[in-house]
Design a protein around this ligand. Structure first.
Ligand code: ZN
Length: 271
């Protein structure tokens, strides 16, 4: 049992090396007053502030600019097989296509991704890019596909330019035909695709060579098959077509398509 001296030492706290200036005084509470009003007649006064709801974190969106500027110089890494999400394998990545004038797809997708990122960021969306520049190798398609789930994304948007026959043009939006993450995510992917299709039709016709009304479903794209979150690839236009390649090679054209991509994503997010 603690004596009075020990109790006072505890109350005065740290005392290493100090010299006390006087006796320690301990405040003693007064006894309860018998004149206090009975609590039953005094309603409690609410003094606590109203509860506040913490601000919701911004939604996260992954933008995946297709291919990479260093891929062509690193065939061994780029051709290494990785899981395709359909029970097989496919190359880690590819070089992508280019316009006949030599403007490469990887540069197009990188520039459009940066423009779209800036627009979404300004609208309060947290954007994660699947690559950090246009001079590296990869990442492999399986890593791209896993990224949305890893960062808790509300949506994953792969950005590409197609390399189809020169006489064909238009954009299309692709979803996985395997519905890899279940019916709910598949439905959300289709909703994302429709929002993007509806937005893009303001600046580019739907494809005249693949899909239906600008929408297509495929089972061979690892980036979609391996996504745990709503995911699409957008083939923004045909880089081998003279009309499409003209706007795809133009900063104004890329800004216009980025504005439509951002609008489609924001519509999907309900913002
Ligand atoms: Zn591509």
């Amino acid at each position: 049992m603690l004596g009075i001296t020990a109790l006072l030492l505890l109350l005065t706290g740290c005392s290493d090396g100090g010299t006390s200036a006087g006796p320690t005084r301990v405040a003693v509470a007064p006894p309860p007053s018998s004149s206090a009003a009975p609590s039953s007649t005094v309603p409690p006064t609410t003094t606590a502030p109203p509860p506040t709801t913490p601000a919701a974190p911004p939604p996260v969106v992954v933008l995946d600019p297709g291919h990479n500027g260093g891929n062509a110089a690193h065939p061994a890494e780029v051709n290494a097989p990785v899981p395709d999400g359909a029970g097989g394998t496919k190359p880690c990545n590819t070089t992508g296509t280019a316009t006949y004038a030599g403007y490469p797809e990887h540069a197009f997708t990188w520039d459009v991704a940066l423009r779209t990122r800036d627009l979404l960021t300004a609208a309060g969306v947290q954007v994660v890019l699947s690559r950090q520049d246009d001079a590296g190798v990869g990442p492999c398609v399986d890593a791209r596909g896993a990224l949305g789930g890893q960062v808790g994304a509300a949506a994953f948007v792969g950005i590409h330019g197609d390399g189809a026959a020169a006489g064909r043009r238009g954009f299309h939006v692709i979803t996985s035909s395997l519905d890899p993450a279940g019916a709910e995510v598949a439905a959300a992917s289709n909703g994302l695709a429709v929002h993007l299709r509806d937005a893009l039709t303001a600046v580019e016709p739907v494809s005249d060579y693949i899909g239906t009304d600008g929408l297509d479903r495929r089972g061979d794209l690892a980036g979609l098959n391996l996504s745990a979150v709503p995911a699409v690839y957008v083939e923004c236009g045909n880089m081998r077509n003279a009309t499409d390649s003209a706007w795809m090679s133009s900063p104004d054209g890329r800004q216009a398509v980025a504005e439509r991509l951002a609008a489609g994503v924001l519509a999907f997010l309900g913002r």
